[in-house]
Design a binder for this molecule. Sequence first.
Ligand SMILES: C[S@@+](CC[C@H](N)C(=O)[O-])C[C@H]1O[C@@H](n2cnc3c(N)ncnc32)[C@H](O)[C@@H]1O
Length: 213
Amino acid sequence: METLTTPLIEEYCEAHTSPESELLYQLFRDTHLHTVKPRMLSGQLQGRFLSMVSRLVRPVHALEIGTYTGYSALCLAEGLAPEGMLDTIEVDEELEEMINRYVNASKYKDKIRLHIGDARQLIPSFNCQWDLVFMDAEKRSTREFYDLLLPRMRKGGLMMIDNMLWSGKVVEEGSRHDLDTQAIMEFNDYVQRDERVSNVLLPLRDGIMMVMC
Ligand SMILES: C[S@@+](CC[C@H](N)C(=O)[O-])C[C@H]1O[C@@H](n2cnc3c(N)ncnc32)[C@H](O)[C@@H]1O
């Protein structure tokens, strides 16, 4: 993922954002050493943002689609209500061992439930109203996930959808024909027209669409 601001601004923001925990730093390093697409991980700046939003919402029911190595899951778990749980869905079973290793090393091991499988199949099996959702999986299915989840959101609940600026391609004439960019642009337009929600497209990192339901 390219940074949308300049690298200097990014560095300055990181230097003026609370540091990540030692465990998150280890996970960041481990992900870079042992996985093929480490840039998918949220990182310190976005991670602290997710943690702060979660601490504001204090979710009882939180959901993440796209766990990867568990970095954002651990950040979201920081804000759970005392009785709260985070369900996180990851389709790639090869990541299961690493996710479990870090979740078990954290103080949130009893607060995070990992589900290995395709979110499309798993979402309908949950029987609760979500207070907070972080959607960070394949981009062409974003609209499908949104439509599945919106009726299951608590009134006033919050969805955050990552990568909605797609390295700036949403405003580049030449990129509009690639399928991911097209899907993201259509999704952003869909949310913008959706009278059931209020939304802010935040230019943080790769763009987070914030949707209040
Ligand atoms: C961008 S990474 C997630 C990064 C993570 N949220 C973080 O911030 O550290 C996207 C993840 O979504 C997973 N994924 C893609 N499609 C999925 C699906 N249909 N159901 C569940 N997980 C999916 C991928 O395997 C990948 O690990």
